[in-house]
Design a protein around this ligand. Structure first.
Ligand SMILES: Cc1cc2nc3c(=O)[nH]c(=O)nc-3n(C[C@H](O)[C@H](O)[C@H](O)COP(=O)(O)OP(=O)(O)OC[C@H]3O[C@@H](n4cnc5c(N)ncnc54)[C@H](O)[C@@H]3O)c2cc1C
Length: 455
């Protein structure tokens, strides 16, 4: 009898404890995800339908597409000096910089090892201590390129040069341009933190985003966002969504110490880091809204791809291998079909609606601010972060170019059939657009994983 009483009490306590811990874990997981449902602000589309579209249809296709040669090599100038201030990062580029060989130089990997060894034992490196050393190693670019890739790039360049480019990027012919293999340099935790990235983000938000009040630091919060017009809100949400995406990737691909004394460290999700950034309690209540801004940025790029579909379907995905090119064209077609069939696209025709002088001025301001942000990316003091920062800003800029160039602003419209007269996209812009969208898509996909892990 006594035994029965004890076991009933024990069961009761077990149940109470179970209920409490479920409640606790729900609140914790709900903390970050509590507002991540329903309509994406300023759009009619729901977070849930984007989760389903992205995680089931778009993400797996994009993941495969972005491994193809056309998309995996990004042509970029990482040597441009910062136009706004002298480099202030602790582990500045001069230290974590990896010598990049020109396309016809040989064997890059050997040179890189030599450079790494010299850096590692330099006087400065010895003085910087562990954190700086870690940042240097994690942020260094892998510039390995195979001989066949180098030959292919030469062919690509000859092919590009033979095209009559309508829109050419500033430094397309600079000697400092290099191809970087994006698959060898994934966006992940690099240890880039402190004053340098804070200066970049502060400059982006305080000087180049629109603000309802001059007094505000970083960005506006949800409450005073509503005091701004739609265009300015959209601008802020896109940038904040990009910032969210970068930070999700560093939480998702975080470097954990090894389980054993001699094993290698491991890359994987870091729930504590994620919670620190997105839980309302540790982010002045802003975390969940920042997560929502990721969906806004995603919607903008999704719509740009839908709008440019006729152009992208006819674009050349030239790599010199006709079978592979055909393969890529089919994969792009398949992806664009899914994107175009999505019924709830972002409606860019609501922005810059009238043709007044004021609206025209706003449009130019919008473009100038964005252009400035792309220049700020040359101030990022970590090679890998700079690479992905430049790529994603260029991808977003290309999306804006697609959405706001040409005359047609009707909802659901696409670039005109005679698109060649309207606008041109360079290979680099196309690569940036797809990869930037791929980053946002991967962030939304990893949110699903964090949601599960936190439960
Ligand atoms: C272009 C760029 C690329 C980077 N790439 C990488 C990378 O690949 N790997 C890596 O490990 N680190 C990267 N970083 C650094 C990373 O973004 C953070 O700056 C760093 O981890 C320090 O984080 P933090 O917690 O101090 O806040 P930060 O992310 O630096 O944010 C600064 C402040 O901005 C506000 N804020 C934060 N998030 C948002 C948001 N989504 N919307 C609006 N406001 C926000 C908050 O007030 C916050 O205190 C990059 C930085 C930059 C500028």
């Amino acid at each position: 009898m006594a035994f029965k009483a004890v076991s009933v009490t024990a069961v009761f306590f077990v149940i109470i404890h179970a209920v409490r811990s479920t409640q606790w874990s729900d609140t914790v997981s709900d903390g970050c995800f509590c507002k991540l449902q329903g309509e994406v602000d300023d759009c009619s589309c729901k977070v849930e339908s984007l989760d389903s579209l992205n995680n089931n249809q778009i993400y797996p296709r994009l993941k495969s597409l972005l491994t193809r040669n056309f998309f995996r090599y990004f042509k970029v100038n990482l040597q441009k000096p910062c136009p706004f201030w002298t480099d202030d990062s602790r582990c500045a580029l001069k230290d974590c910089h990896v010598n990049v060989c020109s396309e016809d130089q040989v064997p890059i990997d050997v040179k890189q090892n030599k450079q790494d060894i010299e850096n590692k034992y330099s006087k400065e490196a010895q003085q910087d201590g562990h954190t700086c050393q870690e940042e240097r190693e994690l942020s260094a670019l892998d510039t390995t390129l195979s001989e066949s890739s180098k030959q292919a790039f030469k062919d690509w360049k000859d092919y590009d040069d033979s095209l009559d480019m309508f829109c050419e990027m500033d430094d397309e012919h600079s000697a400092d341009l290099q191809y970087v293999d994006l698959l060898l340099n994934p966006e992940r935790y690099t240890g880039y933190k402190g004053m340098s990235p804070h200066r970049i983000w502060r400059s982006v938000y305080e000087e180049n985003c629109f603000k309802p009040s001059e007094k505000l630091h970083y960005g506006p919060d949800q409450d005073n966002l509503s005091n701004m017009c739609l265009e300015k809100r959209a601008f802020y949400r896109m940038i904040s969504g990009l910032h969210t995406s970068i930070n999700i990737h560093l939480c998702d691909q975080y470097l954990h110490p090894s389980d054993s004394a001699f094993g290698p460290p491991k890359w994987g999700p870091n729930i504590k880091e994620f919670r620190q950034r997105f839980d309302p309690e540790t982010s002045d209540g802003q975390g969940p809204q920042r997560l929502k801004n990721l969906y806004f940025a995603y919607l903008v790029e999704l719509r740009a791809l839908a709008k440019a579909a006729p152009y992208l379907l006819q674009a050349e995905y030239y790599t010199g291998n006709s079978a592979q090119d055909e393969d890529v064209r089919n994969a792009v077609k398949d992806l664009l079909q899914i994107i175009r069939s999505f019924p709830d696209h972002f409606d860019e025709s609501k922005l810059f609606q009238d043709h007044s002088l004021e609206t025209l001025k706003l449009k130019m301001e919008f473009r100038d601010h964005f252009r400035n942000i792309s220049r700020i990316m040359d101030c990022v003091g970590c090679d890998k972060c700079r690479l992905w920062g430049k790529l994603q800003v260029l991808g977003m800029g290309t999306a804006l170019k697609i959405l706001f160039s040409g005359n047609s602003m009707d909802p659901g419209s696409t670039v005109s059939a005679d698109f060649k007269a309207d606008f041109q996209l360079t290979r680099t812009e196309i690569v940036a657009l797809f990869n930037a969208f791929g980053r946002l898509s991967s962030s939304i996909h990893s949110l699903e994983n964090f949601r599960k892990l936190m439960r």
